[in-house]
Structures are given as structure tokens and as C-alpha cells.
Design a protein around this ligand. Structure first.
Ligand code: HAM
Length: 440
């Protein structure tokens, strides 16, 4: 049974009468997701869980905070996230903790700590949950945001990259989201990236005075970050900068070519964006972003790539890895209107009038709920008219009309709110009678 009248817009209150100002407000950059929206969130979550099951991923739940060092070392201490965006605080014992800005570092830590590296590969894990970054809030950018992500350990070959990209493409397609652009690039590996790094330093060194302050500092330590810097001056200066594509070693080149060949064979549209470097240091070889023209400047709805050195950097055995994460708020902005999860079944509303009926109503409601039928009632002895209005607003499919007269006659009335039909139900078997009707 679906509820006909349950309307998610009833949670959008635009012209409420002026009242006193609330004492507390949510922190800047953080949003409540109200019941009218959560059905859409659930539809997305359910769809991704189904996709993950198809591809052999299982869910992992990792903590929301970790030792600060985990992120500093995992993401790179000259990345924007680590330099400027982490919510870091000492706990009462003086340990430095950080609210997770992303999921990969935590999943890699959990993978090693729980010895999942000893399982036969591949190990495929997915996660859902809030992440935290102190960024300037704007459309599609929040300080607490929600990610759905997946990590795939143990396969070095390009089949894994292609499989991941095909899965992400298919998952968005399945939700009816179109107009997306998949941009892919290869960042090379430990063999060829150092040469690219040197070329970048050489290129930017004479221009150092014109780089933004951050990039001047990062020039020698991490010149790749200049390619990802949002400052206008740095954007201009990098126009003629060396491209990673020209530096790839033979095996990185072949790996990338093979990924692309699979994507072509499987009709996964993409374009190569040789300027894309991503904002995290752990990537090697394939990286990607899925962007939408409908999102404004924060246009990446999902992103990821390969990180073959990360497990080792965390003290584990050499283990290839790759993954992605999507930003849920951004996805919801481009999700078709009609995508929403099943709402709960429409309730039966018990409209009780008179002392005796009001005394009995809580028992009926309880019995109905115990039988799995959602049920609601008026708690304040309101008029019939006001109770009917309430029933209507909550999308009740049936209303049980119970007044003293009906009780005396031993027959209550069950009104179908759609057809407006009314049926008599004997009071002694009222709960059975309702269950029979709503479940038919
Ligand atoms: P990321 O590109 O930093 O990658 O974030 C992934 C997605 O999260 C972005 O494409 C965007 O949709 C969303 N996102 C990021 N920051 C915000 C924000 N402030 N507000 C709203 N949405 C945001 C990672 O996090 C990597 N861990 C992905 C990955 C997994 N790579 C390998 N495995």
C-alpha cells in the first residue's frame, strides 16, 4: 500500500508565521536533510548498494575521526585538504584527532589493521557517510558533506580500472542522471612521475614570483599541486606547462591505453583530460572525475583513481588499490525529481470522538502497529473536522471513525480516503477487520 497524499513538500515551510528566533542554528556549511528529501537520499543509497553487490563489494563502516597523522601522511601534507581544510582538534588526552575529510585513508588503515590484506584478492569495500572539510560553502560545497565510495584492493591490471569506471558510469546511468562527462587521465607511477615533477619545477621556477603564495611554497616540494591550484594567477601560468601524457613510461602508457580500450569496447564515453591531477597526493596512474554541467563551479560529482603506493606507505605489503567517491549533495542536485525511495505505507488514522472512543483508541492503534499496520491518532481531543484534516495531511489511506454512537451500535466506520467509501466494521473485531481491508 502506498500513501497517496504523503507529500514531501509538506516539509518545505516557506511562509510560516513569524515566531521567535531559534536559539541554535546549524553550523555554517552544514545542512539538515529533512524527511521530504531523505526518500531521495535512500533511493540513491539503495541503488548504489545494489550496484556494489553486483560488482562484489561489501560494506565497511570506519570511524568518523582518526589520528591526524593518518590523513596528513595519506593525503599528502602539502595538499589543500591537509594544509587548510581539516577539522583537527586535541582530545582530552592531548591526542590530535581529525574529522575524516575523505574515506580512502581510513579504509586503507582498516584494511591493514584488520589484516584484510591477508585475504585472497581482490578485496572490495564500500562505504557511505559524512566527511568534513573546512571549505568556503557554496552550491554543492559544504563543510559536512556525504560521500558514497568504494575501494578495490589487490588488482594491478587495467581490467580493474576499467571495471571501476564502467561501474561508476553504469550506477549514474541507472539513476537516470544524464549529461555527465567522464574525464580520465594517467598520472604515471614512481618510475615516470619524478621526471614529470622535475620538468614542472624547471618550468615554474622562473615564474615563481608570479605564483600564488601557497604554490611558491609548494614549488619544490610538490609542483603537481600548482596544476590543481584554483588561484587565477596559477591557472594562467600553467597554460604552457609540461603535460604528464608526454612523460608516461612504457608500462604506464600501456596500462592507460588498455583501460581506454576496454572503455571503448564497453561503450563507456570518456574524454582524456591531460591537465587533471586531482587534489590528493596518493594517486598513481589512472585518475578520473565525473562532472555535470548543471552544477556550477563545483561540478565534480564523483572522482577517484588508482593509488598503488598507499597501502605500502601505511606500512603494509605492496598492494595495488583504486577507488572512487561521489558527493551525495551534488548527486541529489542533478537527480531526476521522480527518484525517491518507497515511503512507508500510508497510515490508518483513528479519529476518536467522545470519552469512551478516546479511551479505546490507543489500544487499537497499538494493536494495529503490532500487526505491522502503520497507525496514527489524535492525542488532543480535537474536533472531527480537525482530525480529518490531520489525517489528510499525513496522507492517511483510511480513517477509522469512532464516536460514542458508533460504539453504542457496535459498528465503527472505516472510510477510504481515496474512494470516499465507508464500510462498517464490528467493534469487537475492529483490528482484524482493518488489517483485512488494508492488506487486501
Ligand atoms: P574527492 O575528489 O576529494 O575524492 O571527493 C570526491 C567527491 O566528493 C567530489 O567529487 C565531490 O562530489 C564530493 N565533495 C568533495 N568535497 C566536497 C564538499 N566540500 N562539499 C560537497 N561535496 C564534496 C576523494 O574524497 C577520494 N577519497 C576519492 C577516492 C576514493 N579516490 C580513491 N578512492
Amino acid at each position: 500500500m502506498r500513501c497517496p497524499g504523503r507529500d514531501r513538500n509538506r516539509w518545505v515551510v516557506e511562509d510560516a508565521p513569524m515566531g521567535s528566533q531559534p536559539k541554535f542554528r546549524a553550523i555554517r556549511g552544514v545542512k539538515d536533510i529533512l524527511p521530504g528529501e531523505t526518500a531521495r537520499w535512500r533511493a540513491v543509497e539503495r541503488s548504489f548498494r545494489e550496484v556494489f553487490a553486483l560488482y562484489g563489494y561489501e560494506e565497511i563502516r570506519v570511524p568518523i575521526f582518526e589520528a591526524t597523522d593518518l590523513f596528513a601522511r595519506g593525503l599528502g601534507d602539502t595538499t589543500d585538504i591537509v594544509e587548510k581544510e581539516m577539522y583537527t582538534f586535541p582530545d582530552r588526552s592531548g591526542n590530535s584527532l581529525t574529522l575524516r575529510p575523505e574515506g580512502t585513508a581510513s579504509v586503507v588503515r582498516a584494511f591493514l589493521e584488520n589484516r584484510l590484506d591477508t585475504l585472497p584478492p581482490p578485496v572490495k569495500l564500500y562505504y557511505l557517510g559524512p566527511m568534513f572539510r573546512y571549505e568556503r560553502p557554496q552550491k554543492g560545497r559544504q563543510r559536512q558533506f556525504f560521500q558514497i565510495g568504494a575501494e578495490f584492493f589487490g588488482v594491478a591490471g587495467p581490467e580493474a580500472d576499467a571495471e571501476l569506471l564502467e561501474m561508476v558510469h553504469g550506477a549514474f546511468d541507472r539513476l537516470g542522471i544524464d549529461g555527465l562527462k567522464l574525464k580520465v587521465n594517467s598520472l604515471g607511477d614512481q618510475e615516470c612521475r619524478p621526471r614529470f615533477r622535475e620538468a614542472l619545477i624547471e618550468y615554474f621556477r622562473p615564474l615563481a614570483g608570479k605564483l600564488c603564495e601557497n604554490c611558491q611554497r609548494r614549488l619544490e616540494a610538490n609542483p603537481l599541486r600548482i596544476l590543481d591550484c584554483k588561484a587565477a594567477s596559477c591557472r594562467e601560468l600553467r597554460v604552457g606547462a609540461p603535460r604528464i601524457g608526454d612523460f608516461l613510461c612504457e608500462s604506464c602508457h600501456l596500462h592507460f591505453e588498455t583501460v581506454r580500450r576496454y572503455l571503448d569496447e564497453w561503450d563507456v564515453p570518456y574524454e582524456v583530460d591531460s591537465e587533471m591531477v586531482r587534489g590528493l597526493d596518493y594517486y598513481s596512474r589512472t585518475t578520473f572525475e565525473l562532472t555535470s554541467g548543471r552544477l556550477g563551479s563545483q561540478d565534480a560529482v564523483a572522482a577517484g583513481g588508482r593509488y598503488d603506493g598507499l597501502v605500502e606507505a601505511f606500512g603494509g605489503p605492496p598492494t595495488p588499490g583504486l577507488g572512487f567517491a561521489l558527493g551525495m549533495e551534488r548527486l541529489i542536485l542533478i537527480l531526476p525529481e521522480d527518484k525517491r525511495d518507497r515511503e512507508g505505507a500510508a497510515p490508518v488514522f483513528v479519529a476518536a470522538l467522545g470519552d469512551e472512543a478516546r479511551r479505546l483508541a490507543p489500544g487499537w492503534v497499538t494493536a494495529l502497529r503490532r500487526r505491522g499496520v502503520p497507525a496514527a491518532m489524535d492525542y488532543e481531543g480535537r474536533s472531527l473536522k480537525s482530525q480529518m484534516r490531520r489525517a489528510d495531511r499525513m496522507g492517511a489511506r483510511h480513517v477509522l471513525l469512532a464516536g460514542d454512537d458508533e460504539l453504542k451500535a457496535g459498528q465503527l466506520l472505516l472510510r477510504d480516503m481515496e474512494s470516499k467509501d465507508q464500510r462498517e466494521i464490528p467493534v469487537v473485531t475492529v483490528v482484524d477487520g482493518i488489517c483485512e481491508i488494508v492488506n487486501s
